[in-house]
Design a protein. Structure first.
Length: 148
C-alpha cells in the first residue's frame, strides 16, 4: 500500500515521501496517528504540486544545513559528568546532554536528530555523535566527556 508521509518516520522516510508499506501498518498505525495519508491518484496530484512549490524553499534549507555542518565540523564539545577515580562516570552521557551542549555553543538542534554510535557512554574520553541537519546532510560532531 502506498502512503504519503506527513512527518519524518525513522527508518521509513522523510516528510512528503511516497513509500510502500504493508496495509496493516498503514491502516493501524500511520494513518490513525496522522503520520501519513493514502496515496490515491488525487492525493498524488496534490502532492506533486506541493513538491513543485517547495523546491525553492528546500534549496535554501539545504544550503543553510550545509553551512551549519561546516561550523559543526570544527567544533569539539565538552560535556561534564561526575566520575569516579578510575574514570568511570556515574550514569551515562545521552543525546539530551549533547543537545544542551550544542545549545550552549549556539546550535539549537533537537535531541531526536542526534545519534551516538556507541550504545552507552560510561567512561571519560573522546567520542563522536551524528547530527542529522537535513535528510541529505549528516555531520559528525566530536565531544569529550570530562570529569567535574
Amino acid at each position: 500500500m502506498e502512503v504519503i508521509l506527513k512527518q519524518f518516520i525513522d527508518k521509513l522516510g522523510d516528510v512528503d515521501e511516497i513509500v510502500d508499506v504493508k496495509p496493516g501498518y498503514a491502516r493501524n498505525y500511520l494513518i490513525p496517528r496522522g503520520y501519513a495519508v493514502v496515496a490515491s491518484p488525487s492525493q498524488k496530484k496534490m502532492h506533486a504540486e506541493t513538491l513543485r512549490q517547495r523546491a525553492h524553499k528546500q534549496a535554501k534549507v539545504l544550503e543553510e544545513a550545509q553551512g551549519i555542518a561546516t561550523k559543526l565540523a570544527g567544533l569539539t564539545l565538552k560535556i561534564g559528568a561526575k566520575a569516579g577515580e578510575n574514570g568511570k562516570i556515574f550514569g551515562s552521557v545521552n543525546t539530551i546532554q549533547i543537545s544542551e551542549a550544542l545549545a550552549k555553543s549556539g546550535f539549537e538542534i533537537d535531541r531526536k536528530h542526534i545519534s551516538i554510535a556507541e550504545d552507552s557512554i560510561k567512561n571519560l574520553g573522546e567520542y563522536e555523535a551524528s547530527v542529522r541537519l537535513h535528510k541529505e546532510v549528516i555531520q559528525q560532531v566530536k565531544f569529550e566527556v570530562v570529569g567535574e
